[in-house]
Design a protein around this ligand. Structure first.
Ligand code: FAD
Ligand code: SF4
Ligand code: SF4
Length: 954
């Protein structure tokens, strides 16, 4: 392809609006999006590029895929398939139509005996392996992006990861796939014998494939002459795999489509080869004094059949911080080795001894560290996993730029390559991290650059050519091991394979996709890699890695980038952001803060959204929060409602209430409602502060330490037993708490943008809590908010008080975990036999994750079981359950499934708001309790057993 891809026969599209109207006629309104926020969200993937599409289609069926492919083909509009958008090369963005397969995300068939699964392209790798894990099976290829990347992208990119050494890349693990070809015809791509009648039929139906077969047969020598001699290659089309198939008298079609990066068709399903889940794994961490010796050790270590061999060079160790990870100052490189076994620990220990024997031949820093159980193994991986956060946060201007990120050399030459790269970047004075899958000789090279600076930009271009050229000529390696060519390496594919083989690639592409509609600009293109670089984004803090999408509950439901954390970052930070235009998406966030907890770059998308909402406070909710601030009137009204609840909280009055409330709620949000069948919390006829009057008014006590219980609204107004339990638990630990005057912490108010009201409440609480040594809470959201009041007082005097308060706030689970007292516990009848924990999002955001689980594990008479996705939002999010009841219930579906699969009869949590959602969603299928209630029940049972009366009484 001598010409640039944009010079090919593309018919210019009609106006985008006509395009969207036509697409909607084919697919229905909801599946086709073209509003500005959606296009903004889909303009990026995890690469350095930006391209704004004209429309986005969210396909749900094969019919949808075919309709879009035929439509794009007939109009000559570029079509880019997309899964999770985590590729690092710009291959999931495009200027035409984006075809997002995320909603096609099921396992269609699983054959445990023969160990294969037929899956749709939108399933996330981690989700697939969670489901397979229940059957003791595993899909082997494991890119580090496994929590977010999806099978369609993995297949199209021929992804791999640390465990490629033992499981191979995706191309080694796909048995068959269904592909919608650019012609609109469907192909079942399997490895077929050349004399198989099915192949004859296939070639008749798809004459283009006959041309390819003949091409590969006739040009075998050309292909063989350029076959990469390294163990991993994802550059170009895999004609080598087709030649290998021919050697066995087969046309191995999956080899052509795996790794084709959406340029040859759209994959609607893949049949994957599965492996048994290993019964035991050993992780070892080894620090080498001399880089060269790592290379020398590799061939010997490979004899042990490791499942992973990962290396980090000295620069990388400096970047992540040696002291923080216990890495010796003298280490020139650190090696992570992993061994899997199906036989168990004896086999692992024997191989560990052999590994130690090999490594001790070299100069090591300190001893080898071995770990067998999951927690300790995670500890050893910690330094490696700290890499991305470190790179993303390294410098506000210098960013990790992926442009030479994926080279491969022969494994025994990896030290030589690393040494060359270290010298090269030292010469450029560019900080760089060099790490990767050393067993395969696959190095990930991530320089930190400010591409908006002319000098850094020039360094990037020079490094691109120099490093790729050196890898090819001096190391006889490959420029691409697993990340794909995309836009970033397309320019170099010709240089890697030479004119003849590159010419064959072009012929393959033209034969299958004569209109160059499928993902133009990717793989076979001469466009320079510097075109479409997103200079604006590269000056922002988000690395567009999509890790946040993997935990965003809204994305989980909608599977659409405009309804996702990463997408929202793009939307709310866009130069031409407008609330009016973006209201739909900006109002959809739950403020669960899961994105912030997980983001390796330290970005807080939820906060950015709250700031945008504060620019347009929600008028419909203002009266409610203003009323809440008039405490006596508000509480009097709540008491009337509480006393009359048995009358109005019944089916038909609730139906009437739902109707009466509708106009008011609609003013808050078009989606808001109070459905008649929603299980409301029971209102307390006597509020907590009334029940514990002596604590609420005992303000002159001067015994140390002075502990305040900040009960918040729910524990005060609801008859949920949480407040009583927290007070009782505090007493068991020898503390008589005060209940100082307090207002709503402000969390729900902030989510509607009323920052002035939050400040008012915060000032009140800051003053009221100032005298205390400790402030204990039982609510996750209050815990987080009280710790973060300072953000509301940038320059004001309250900032100091807020900083002081942040240090004193403890959730009750933290308080108990740190308490010097250990009251006796016994099995309590009402706790249940099997207990699981739903981790409240705001408590995780406040950094409290270990304590509730640790305490629950100590409770006698009940088995603790960790449910799958315990750390995922349950969808309640305070008032969100009313603001968007339908979405909140869809979010809860996953939680319900996981609770049921855990087999627990009790779900404990740390927040009264989560209890509302859990109770509403579970409807008695499991008991719902606050951790404080579980603890108090166990303390009380012990007291009863001892015959003493030590319980808490008001
Ligand atoms: C932090 C981080 C770490 C990473 N680590 C690794 C790693 O260890 N190993 C590795 O290999 N990669 C890694 N990657 C790159 C990337 O995650 C993988 O390539 C991943 O498999 C892409 O999957 P995706 O679902 O995001 O695909 P996308 O980015 O959406 O798409 C990738 C390609 O697949 C095509 N495509 C998607 N769906 C289809 C379909 N149904 N039919 C046809 N074509 C389709 C797209 O057009 C595009 O060309 C990493 C990325 C990040 C951000
Ligand atoms: S906000 Fe953080 S987690 Fe989300 S895409 Fe950006 S860098 Fe990744
Ligand atoms: S706060 Fe929750 S809902 Fe909002 S963007 Fe973050 S993860 Fe998604």
């Amino acid at each position: 392809m001598g010409r640039r891809d944009h010079e090919m026969t593309l018919i210019l599209p009609d106006t985008p609006l006509a395009l969207v109207t036509d697409l909607r006629q084919l697919l229905g309104r909801e599946k086709v999006q073209h509003d500005v926020p959606t296009l903004t969200a889909y303009a990026v993937d995890a690469s350095i590029y930006r391209m704004t599409p004209q429309a986005v289609v969210l396909v749900e069926t094969e019919e949808d895929i075919e309709a879009v492919v035929r439509f794009a083909g007939s109009r000559g509009i570029p079509l880019t398939p997309r899964a999770a958008g985590t590729n690092l090369t710009g291959s999931a963005i495009g200027s035409g139509i984006i075809l997002d397969v995320s909603r096609m995300n099921r396992i269609l068939e699983l054959n445990e005996e023969e160990r294969w699964a037929r899956v749709q392209p939108g399933i996330v790798l981690a989700e697939l392996n969670k489901q397979l894990g229940r059957k003791q099976l595993l899909f082997g290829p494991d890119p580090s992006s496994g929590d977010m990347c999806k099978l369609g992208g993995m297949v199209a990119n021929n992804s791999a990861g640390p465990h490629t050494l033992i499981y191979g890349a995706v191309k080694d693990n796909v048995r068959a796939m269904r592909v919608c070809l650019p012609s609109g015809g469907w192909l079942t791509a399997a490895s077929l014998r050349l004399d198989d009648p099915i192949l004859a039929d296939t070639l008749t139906t798809h004459p283009a494939l006959r041309v390819i077969l003949e091409l590969v047969q006739s040009k075998r020598a050309v292909i063989e002459a350029k076959r990469p001699t390294v163990s991993k290659n994802s550059c170009g089309y895999n004609l080598f795999g087709l030649v290998d198939g021919l050697a066995q008298r087969r046309f191995d079609l999956p080899k052509l489509f795996v790794g084709s990066e959406g340029t040859l068709g759209v994959v609607s399903e893949a049949t994957l080869r599965l492996v048994p889940k290993p019964q035991g794994t050993l992780t070892a961490l080894i620090h080498f004094r001399r880089l060269e010796e790592v290379g020398e050790a590799i061939p010997h270590l490979l004899d042990l059949k490791p499942s992973a061999l990962e290396v980090m060079d000295g620069n990388t160790l400096n970047l992540i911080g040696r002291a923080a990870h216990g890495i010796p100052a003298a280490a020139a490189a650190t090696l992570l080795a992993e061994l899997d076994s199906e036989q168990g620990s004896d086999d692992l220990r024997e191989r560990a001894d052999r590994m130690a024997g090999i490594c001790r031949r070299y100069q090591l820093c300190g001893d080898l560290a071995f770990a067998y159980d999951k927690e300790q193994r995670d500890q050893l991986w910690k330094a490696r996993k700290a890499l991305y956060p470190t790179l993303y946060r390294f410098d506000p201007r210098k960013k990790p730029i992926n442009f030479v990120d994926d080279v491969v050399v022969r494994a025994e030459r990896i030290s030589e390559l690393v040494r060359y790269l270290e010298t090269f970047f030292a010469g450029q004075q560019v900080p760089v991290a060099i790490f990767g899958h050393i067993g395969n000789g696959n190095a990930h090279i991530v320089p930190l650059l400010n591409v908006n600076d002319r000098q850094d930009f020039d360094k990037m271009v020079a490094a691109y050519h120099e490093i790729h050229q050196t890898v090819l000529s001096r190391f006889e390696g490959s420029i691409c091991g697993e990340h794909g060519d995309g836009r970033v390496r397309a320019e170099y594919v010709r240089k890697m394979f030479g004119e003849d083989l590159y010419g064959l690639f072009v012929q393959v592409k033209r034969t299958i996709d004569p209109g160059n509609v499928m993902n133009p600009g990717i793989k076979v293109s001469d466009t320079p890699f510097t075109e479409h670089i997103d200079y604006t984004r590269l000056s922002k803090s988000c690395a567009t890695c999509a890790k946040c999408n993997s935990v965003c509950p809204v994305y989980d439901v909608f599977q659409s980038e405009d309804m996702s954390s990463r997408g929202w970052y793009e939307i709310v930070t866009a130069k031409d952001y407008s609330y009016l235009q973006s209201q739909r998406v900006v109002e959809a966030c739950l403020n669960c803060k899961s994105c912030r907890t997980i983001c390796p770059a330290g970005v807080d998308v939820s906060e950015l959204i709250l700031q945008r909402r504060a620019e347009q406070p929600n008028r419909g909710s203002r009266w409610l929060f203003a009323l809440q601030a008039h405490v006596p009137i508000f509480e009097a009204m709540l008491k009337v409602l509480a006393r009359t609840q048995p009358l109005w909280d019944r089916p038909w009055p609730r139906r009437l209430l739902a109707r009466l409330a509708a106009p008011f709620l609609r003013r808050i949000a078009p989606t808001a409602k109070l459905p008649a069948d929603m299980q409301l919390p029971k209102l307390a006829t006597e509020h907590l502060r009334d029940r514990y009057r002596n604590l609420a008014h005992n303000m002159n006590r001067r015994t140390a330490p002075r502990v305040a219980y900040f009960h918040g609204c729910a524990a005060n107004y609801f008859d949920d037993g949480v407040g009583d339990a927290v007070i009782a638990v505090l007493r068991r630990h020898g503390v008589e708490p005060d209940l100082p005057p307090q207002r709503c912490s402000g969390t729900p108010i902030e989510t509607y943008g009323h920052v002035d009201l939050v400040q008012e409440h915060a000032r009140f609480n800051l003053q009221s809590l100032a005298e205390y040594d400790q402030v204990v809470t039982g609510c996750a959201s209050c815990t987080l908010m009280l710790k973060e009041y300072k953000k509301f007082f940038a320059e004001e005097p309250e900032r100091q008080a807020a900083e002081a308060l942040a240090k004193k706030v403890r959730h009750i689970t933290e308080f108990v975990a740190q308490s010097p007292r250990q009251p006796a516990m016994a099995a309590a009848g009402d706790v249940g036999r099997r207990i699981t924990y739903h981790s409240s999002c705001h408590l995780r955001a406040a950094g409290v994750m270990r304590e509730p689980r640790m305490l629950l594990k100590q409770v006698p008479g009940t088995d603790y079981v960790e449910m799958t996705d315990a750390d995922r939002c349950a969808g309640g999010a305070g008032t969100y359950i009313v603001k968007d009841y339908d979405t909140s219930q869809k979010i809860f579906e996953r939680k319900r499934r996981n609770i049921e699969q855990s087999g627990a009869d009790t779900v404990a949590t740390s927040c009264p708001a989560c209890m509302i959602q859990l109770n509403n969603g579970l409807r008695g299928r499991a008991a719902v309790k606050h951790v404080a209630q579980v603890l108090e029940a166990a303390y009380e049972a012990a007291t009863r057993e001892q015959g003493a009366d030590g319980g808490a009484r008001p």
